[in-house]
Design a protein around this ligand. Structure first.
Ligand code: ZN
Length: 701
C-alpha cells in the first residue's frame, strides 16, 4: 500500500511541474489525460485533446511507470507471480493511454506539430521502453518467477504471459553484459529515429507529386466518377479547368486501369515507384541501408545468425526455412501463370496494332480489357452495388450471423476525426460489447492503406472488465456531388478484412493487458472475413443497387466467382517479390555497404522476376518492413494458408454453422494474444494447417 502511494506522489509532482502557463501551454487549463474523461463509455475526449497535451502526458506517463517499476524492484517480499508479473502487466496505464491516442492520430490525422512531437519523442519513448526491458533488477525478479514456474500452479494464460515476458527480456538483451546492453540501446534508439524519418519522407514524396491534366482529351477512357474526383482535387487547390491525379492508391489505380494515354500512365506510375528514390532531401535509400545493417548487428549481438532468425523465433512460422519453404513453393507455381498472362495481354496489344511491348504501367489497363473480354466484369458495373453504407451493413450482417453481434450508430460522440462514424456493438444478449470508430476516406493528414487499431483493448487486469474501443481506418473512394461513395471490389474486401481485425478486438476475452501476437497468425481473423464478403448468399444481402435497392443480379455474382482466379499470376508475383525481398534483406549474415538499388535489382534478376511486373513495394516505399513487418511481410500468405483452411471448415458444414463459428470464436478470437498460436489453431481445426485449400482456390492446383 505504501508503495502505491509513492507512485501517486511521483505523478502529482509532475502534474504541478507542467501546469504553469508557458509559450506552448495548451489553451485549456486541464490536460484531459490527467483527469477523468467523463465521456460516454469512457472513450478518449478527442474534442478536448490538443497537440500541446501530448508531451506533458508522455512525460508524466513515463515517470509514473518508472515509479511503478521501481516499486516492483525494491519490493522486500520474494518475487511472486502477483507482485512481479501482474504488477508489471498493470504498470504504465497513463503511458499506454497517451501512446495509443498519439500514434492513432499520427496515422490518421497528422499535422506538422504532431510530426514534430513524434520526431522529438521517438528516441525518448524507445529509451523508456529499454529502461524497462533492460532493467536488471526487474529481470532478476522476472527470472526468479520464471525459474519457479513449474511449481507455481499457473493456468495456461498465466504461463503463456510469464514465458513470453521472460523471453521478451532475453530478446531485449537482459542476458547481455553492460557494454553490449549499451550498444543495443543505441541501436534501438537509432532504429526508431530512422523509422520516423522514413515515414516522413514517404509521406512528403507521396504528397509531393501531382499529375495535373489541363486538356480534357487526356482524360480519355476514364470513368465519370474518377474524372469528378480529379476535378474536385483540382478545385481544392484552386486550379481552374484542371484535373489532378496523385500517387495515392484511390487516384493511382483507376488512372492506371482506364487512362488510354500510355505516356500519362507511365508518368503517374513512375512517380509512384520512384518515391523515396530520387536522390533528393526525402531519399530513403541510405535510411533503409542503415536500418538493415543495424538489424544485422542487433540480431548477432543477441546471438542469432540473422534478423529473420531473431524475428521468426516468436512467430507461428518459427524459422526462415519454413518461410522460404512456403514462398518458394508459391513463387514456382505463380511465375509461369504470370508469364502466360503477359503473353495474353501482349496479344491484345498486338491485335490493336499497338506496336509496343507490355510495360509495368500497362498491366492494369490491359488486365481490365482482359477481364472485360474474358469475364465481362466491369468494375463500374459492380460499384453501384457496393455503396459504402450498404457494404458496412453487410459486414455487420456477417458479424451478426456468426456471433450474434448487433450495431447501433452513436451521435454526439468525441471522434478522432469529424468524418469518422461511431457505433456501439452489442452482444447477442443485448449487453455492451465495444465501441468502434470507422473512418473511411483519404485526406492529406492520413497515411495510405487501411488498418484497424485499438484505442483501448479488452482486459480485466485490475479486476474490472475493460471494454474495447476499436479504430478502423481506410482510404476508400469518396462520394462525389452526384453519387455516394461507391466502392471497388478490392475496397469491399478491404472493409471486410479490417473488420476481421476489429472482431479480434471486440470479442477478446483475456485477463491481462500484455498480449503477444504473431503477425502471421494475426491476419487469420481478418483474411477469413474476405471469404464471407464474396459468398453469393451474403452478396445478395448487402450488395444492393444504391439507386434501385435491387440485389446484385446472379450473372454479376457468377462473373465475380469466375474472376477469382483472374490476374492471379500478377497479384501473387507482385506480392511474393516483395515478401522475398523482405526476407533477403533480413537473412543477411553480415553488415555490408548496401547499395539499395543494386541489391534489389540483382535479387529480382536472380529469382527471375519478369520486367513487366514491379514488386508490390520497392525498398524506398516498403513501409511495412521498416515497421513491425520486417521479416514478416510473408505473413499475409502464411495467414492465407490458415484462412483458406479455416474457411474450409465452414464449407464442410455451412456458411454460418453455429458450432463452427462458436469454436472459431472461443479457440481463436477470444484468446488471441494469450495462447500459443499453433495450439489455438489445433483447438479450432483439430489438426495442423494444410496448404491445399489455398492452392486450389487460387487456381494453382
Ligand atoms: Zn490485416
Amino acid at each position: 500500500m505504501i508503495l502505491r502511494k509513492m507512485f501517486i506522489f511521483v505523478g502529482f509532482v509532475l502534474l504541478l511541474g507542467c501546469g504553469g502557463p508557458g509559450a506552448d501551454a495548451p489553451s485549456s487549463d486541464v490536460n484531459p489525460f490527467f483527469a477523468d474523461y467523463d465521456t460516454p463509455f469512457n472513450v478518449q475526449p478527442f474534442d478536448r485533446i490538443e497537440e500541446a497535451h501530448f508531451v506533458p502526458a508522455f512525460e508524466e506517463g513515463m515517470a509514473n511507470q518508472n515509479g511503478e517499476i521501481a516499486a516492483i524492484v525494491v519490493n522486500p517480499e520474494a518475487p511472486t507471480f502477483d507482485n512481479t508479473i501482474v504488477a508489471l502487466d498493470r504498470s504504465g496505464e497513463l503511458h499506454n493511454e497517451v501512446s495509443r491516442v498519439f500514434f492513432a492520430l499520427s496515422g490518421s490525422n497528422t499535422n506538422d506539430e504532431l510530426q514534430e512531437i513524434q520526431k522529438q519523442m521517438a528516441p525518448r519513448l524507445a529509451a523508456h521502453r529499454d529502461e524497462i526491458q533492460l532493467n536488471p533488477g526487474l529481470f532478476v525478479r522476472v527470472k526468479a518467477v520464471y525459474d519457479e514456474r513449474e511449481a507455481l500452479d499457473l493456468n495456461a494464460e498465466q504461463l503463456f504471459l510469464l514465458e513470453h515476458l521472460y523471453k521478451r527480456y532475453v530478446r531485449n538483451g537482459a542476458l547481455l553484459g553492460d557494454e553490449d546492453q549499451t550498444r543495443l540501446k543505441e541501436i534501438n534508439q537509432r532504429l526508431s529515429g530512422l523509422r520516423v524519418e522514413f515515414s516522413r519522407n514517404l509521406l512528403a514524396e507521396t504528397n509531393g507529386f501531382e499529375l495535373v491534366i489541363e486538356d480534357e482529351a487526356d482524360l480519355a477512357g476514364l470513368p465519370d466518377a474518377v474524372i469528378e474526383t480529379a476535378a474536385a482535387n483540382a478545385q481544392h487547390e484552386d486550379l481552374e479547368n484542371s484535373w489532378v491525379f496523385t500517387t495515392h492508391k484511390p487516384s493511382l489505380l483507376p488512372f492506371l486501369t482506364y487512362a488510354e494515354d500510355r505516356n500519362l500512365r507511365e508518368q503517374l506510375f513512375t512517380a509512384y515507384t520512384v518515391r523515396g528514390n530520387q536522390n533528393n532531401e526525402y531519399d530513403n535509400k541510405a535510411i533503409m541501408a542503415e536500418i538493415v545493417n543495424l538489424r544485422v548487428e542487433k540480431a548477432q549481438l543477441l546471438g542469432y545468425d540473422t534478423f529473420a532468425d531473431y524475428t521468426l523465433e516468436i512467430r507461428m512460422a518459427g524459422t526462415p526455412d519454413k518461410v522460404y519453404g512456403l514462398l518458394d513453393q508459391l513463387w514456382e507455381a505463380a511465375l509461369p501463370v504470370a508469364k502466360r498472362e503477359v503473353v495474353e495481354m501482349q496479344a491484345i496489344i498486338d491485335a490493336d496494332g499497338g506496336g509496343f511491348e507490355l510495360a509495368p504501367w500497362d498491366w492494369w489497363f490491359y488486365a481490365e480489357k482482359q477481364r472485360l473480354a474474358k469475364y465481362d466484369l466491369d468494375d463500374n458495373e459492380l460499384r453501384p452495388y457496393f455503396e459504402l453504407n450498404n457494404v458496412r451493413d453487410g459486414v455487420f450482417y456477417v458479424a451478426n450471423q456468426l456471433y450474434g453481434l448487433t450495431f447501433e450508430e452513436l451521435e454526439d460522440m468525441p471522434k478522432p476525426h469529424p468524418d469518422a462514424q461511431v457505433f456501439e456493438v452489442f452482444e447477442a444478449d443485448g449487453s455492451h460489447a465495444a465501441v468502434i470508430y470507422m473512418d473511411y476516406h483519404p485526406r492529406e493528414s492520413k497515411r495510405g492503406g487501411a488498418w484497424c487499431g485499438r484505442f483501448r483493448s479488452q482486459n480485466r487486469a485490475a479486476g474490472v472488465e475493460v471494454d474495447p474501443v476499436i479504430n478502423l481506418v481506410c482510404n476508400f473512394t469518396t462520394a462525389t456531388e452526384d453519387t455516394p461513395a461507391l466502392l471497388s471490389l478490392d475496397e469491399v474486401e478491404t472493409l471486410f478484412h479490417e473488420f476481421g481485425h476489429a472482431l479480434d478486438g471486440i470479442l477478446a476475452s483475456v485477463t491481462y493487458r500484455t498480449s503477444f501476437r504473431s503477425p502471421d497468425f494475426a491476419e487469420l481473423p481478418s483474411q477469413i472475413m474476405e471469404h464471407w464478403a464474396m459468398a453469393p448468399e451474403v452478396l445478395k444481402v448487402y450488395a444492393r443497387h444504391y439507386q434501385t435497392g435491387e440485389p446484385i443480379p446472379d450473372e454479376l455474382i457468377a462473373k465475380i466467382e469466375n474472376s477469382t482466379t483472374f490476374n492471379q499470376g500478377f497479384m501473387l508475383v507482385e506480392y511474393l517479390a516483395a515478401s522475398l525481398l523482405d526476407m533477403e534483406y533480413h537473412t543477411l549474415i553480415e553488415t555490408t555497404d548496401l547499395d539499395i538499388n543494386a541489391f534489389e535489382g540483382t535479387y529480382f534478376d536472380e529469382i527471375g522476376l519478369i520486367p513487366e511486373i514491379v514488386s508490390r513495394y520497392r525498398t524506398t516505399y516498403f513501409a511495412h518492413i521498416v515497421g513491425s513487418y520486417a521479416a514478416g511481410y510473408y505473413g499475409y500468405t502464411w495467414a492465407g494458408v490458415l484462412d483458406h483452411d479455416a474457411f474450409e471448415a465452414f464449407n464442410e458444414s455451412s456458411l454460418f454453422d453455429q458450432e463452427t463459428a462458436q469454436r472459431f470464436r472461443t479457440s481463436i478470437l477470444e484468446v488471441s494474444g494469450s495462447q500459443d498460436y499453433m495450439d489455438m489453431w489445433v483447438n479450432f481445426r483439430g489438426r495442423e494447417p494444410e496448404i491445399e485449400p489455398l492452392l486450389r482456390n487460387l487456381g494453382l492446383q
